[in-house]
Design a protein around this ligand. Structure first.
Ligand SMILES: [Fe+2]
Ligand SMILES: [Fe+2]
Length: 149
């Protein structure tokens, strides 16, 4: 495995860790049953993404990166804005921004695997990309339907 690919696997591992942490915090603090279930479901999917990249890193005899500092600050720096935790609307819209960033990163990674012909990785990247898109659609839809939440 070349260094560039290892770099990407670690980068995506960190991205997915941030997503798990963000959604888990929302699921834990939510009181609305439907909203809570939605975030728990997203956490499950993101954890699957984390596990995939962790496995790949270990298979390459590399160390899984440790995510230091506040994950929320890191998530904010990924999105390029401060995380707003006031209400469901802001939370969902921050989630949309995070998912959009993840989607953009997945598309870049997929383009790279096209050049290098990493068929197996590419297959999973496409599945993950679609998961992130579904998350973004749900979050945006919820925010649109609950503008004052
Ligand atoms: Fe993810
Ligand atoms: Fe996601």
């Amino acid at each position: 495995m070349d260094n560039k690919l290892i770099f990407r696997l670690k980068e995506f591992y960190t991205l997915e860790i941030l997503q798990v942490a963000f959604y888990e915090a929302q699921a834990n603090s939510a009181t609305d049953e439907y909203y809570k279930k939605a975030f728990e479901k997203i956490v499950g999917t993101e954890q699957g993404h984390v596990d995939y990249f962790a496995d790949k890193i270990v298979q390459a005899n590399e160390k899984v990166p440790s995510v230091a500092g506040s994950v929320f600050q890191l998530a904010g720096s990924v999105v390029g804005e401060t995380m707003e935790f006031v209400g469901k609307y802001n939370t969902c819209m921050f989630g949309v921004a995070l998912e959009n960033k993840a989607t953009e990163m997945y598309r870049t990674f997929i383009d790279e695997t096209n050049i290098k012909n990493y068929v197996k990785i590419k297959d999973t990247l496409f599945k993950n990309l679609l998961d992130e898109e579904f998350h973004a659609y749900w979050l945006r839809d919820y925010a649109t339907k609950h503008p004052n939440a």
